[in-house]
Design a protein around this ligand. Structure first.
Ligand code: FES
Ligand code: FES
Length: 159
């Protein structure tokens, strides 16, 4: 077992886990953050995406022992809460950008990473940012609509 001081969704926490444990399993099983989903388990689908120090990573490919003290992890639980959904979350609901929902946490996380860096992305830039996130349900157009609308809300141009 190894211990790391991590900032998880803004809270500093000491986390203990085997070094070979996948970050995905540490989040879901050790920390109970089940919003992050497992799809393929091999770095192909993006369902398990989280932000590690503001960069999207596939948490199924990151081993706990690779983390360093002080690393920051953001999961979908850190974007908003059921009572206070983030604009991205609201727009995914309102634009029907989520159906079965398996891909949705990863989509939200990667869209959030994009909007941190680029508050006014083009549709092409949104598609590129989400290129590693596979969705079997929506056909992507509604997902891009949702991110575009959320970006406008976050810029204060829409409610
Ligand atoms: S579950 Fe990690 S990329 Fe598919
Ligand atoms: S909403 Fe079902 S896989 Fe995307």
């Amino acid at each position: 077992m190894v211990r790391r001081m991590l900032t998880i969704n803004g809270d500093e926490r000491e986390v203990e886990a085997p070094p070979q444990a996948r970050l995905l399993d540490v989040l879901r099983r050790t920390l109970g953050l089940t919003g992050t989903k497992e799809g393929c388990g091999e770095g192909e689908c993006g369902a398990c995406s989280v932000l590690l120090n503001d960069e999207p990573v596939d948490s199924c490919l990151v081993l706990f022992g690779q983390l360093c003290d002080g690393d920051r992890v953001l999961t979908v639980e850190g974007l908003g809460s059921p009572k206070h959904l983030a604009p991205l979350q609201r727009c995914f609901i309102n634009e029907s950008g989520a159906q079965c929902g398996i891909c949705t946490p990863g989509m939200l996380i990667c869209a959030h990473a994009l909007l941190i860096k680029n508050p006014r992305p083009t549709r092409e830039e949104i598609a590129a940012a989400l290129a590693g996130n596979l969705c079997r349900c929506t056909g992507y157009v509604k997902i891009i609509d949702a991110v575009e609308k959320a970006a406008a809300i976050m810029r204060g141009e829409k409610e």
